[in-house]
Design a protein around this ligand. Structure first.
Ligand code: CA
Length: 231
């Protein structure tokens, strides 16, 4: 099967190079130069590559509208080098990944493949992974990995619960601090990182994949969709 990619980008040179690289890799590609064109083509796309600054508006709102329609249509945002706030906002709005300009065509192809793999895995679960899935019971606040109970602190439990609720999505540190500690606390990035470190160690000791919690450099954390075995 060849996935259909919709490239929404108004700079012709960038759109051309992305389209060329993807086609060479076997994808079927449509280019839209405006949000209006993108809107007309959205139904036929399996994945969207989206520039945020377009002649007829901002890509942000469009991400929201795509998200409202279908959960499993991945979005990769093209962002400028100094647009860290944009990247974080795009991920929080529901984008799956981002690529910073200037990027190599190879990089974009690799991101597309990775995002599609994750999205296919979340739609059609594969055979049981070799490592045990993590299960949380929010009522009893008990955590387990297979048959092994997992002793977690309040913060570790809430962190893990938050990550597991949005599998495959990047959770920014700001978002995690907000959800786990609530407003009014002065929590540094290092504090959250050290809790994640402790959590990883406990997961590994209980037999879960230590890579369950992935670090997304400069942004936050993500848990793959294969990690949560329980309902
Ligand atoms: Ca642009």
């Amino acid at each position: 099967m060849s996935a259909r990619i919709l490239v929404v980008e108004d700079e012709p040179a960038i759109a051309e190079s992305v389209a060329y690289a993807l086609r060479r890799d076997g994808f079927s590609v449509t280019v839209a130069q405006t949000l209006a064109e993108a809107e007309a083509r959205r139904a036929e796309a399996d994945l969207v590559i989206l520039d945020l600054m377009l002649p007829d508006g901002s890509g942000f709102e469009w991400i929201g509208s795509l998200r409202a329609e279908r959960r499993d249509k991945p979005i990769i945002v093209l962002s400028s080098r100094d647009g860290e706030a944009d990247r974080v906002a795009a991920l929080e709005t529901g984008a799956d990944d981002y690529v910073t300009k200037p990027f190599s065509p190879r990089e974009i192809v690799a991101r597309v493949r990775a995002v599609l793999r994750r999205s296919i895995a979340s739609v059609a679960p594969e055979a049981a992974p070799a490592t045990q899935a993590v299960e949380l019971d929010e009522k009893t606040r008990r955590a387990r990995v297979g048959d092994a109970a997992l002793e977690l602190t309040r913060v570790e439990f809430d962190l893990l619960a938050c990550l597991l609720k949005g599998p495959d999505r990047v959770h920014t540190r700001v978002e995690l601090i907000d959800r786990v500690w609530g407003g009014g606390f002065a929590i540094t990035d290092r504090t959250i990182d050290s809790h994640v470190k402790a959590l990883r160690r406990k997961l590994a000791e209980a037999g879960a994949d230590p890579g369950t919690i992935e670090t997304v450099r400069g942004v936050g954390y993500r848990v793959g969709s294969g990690s949560n075995g329980g309902p």
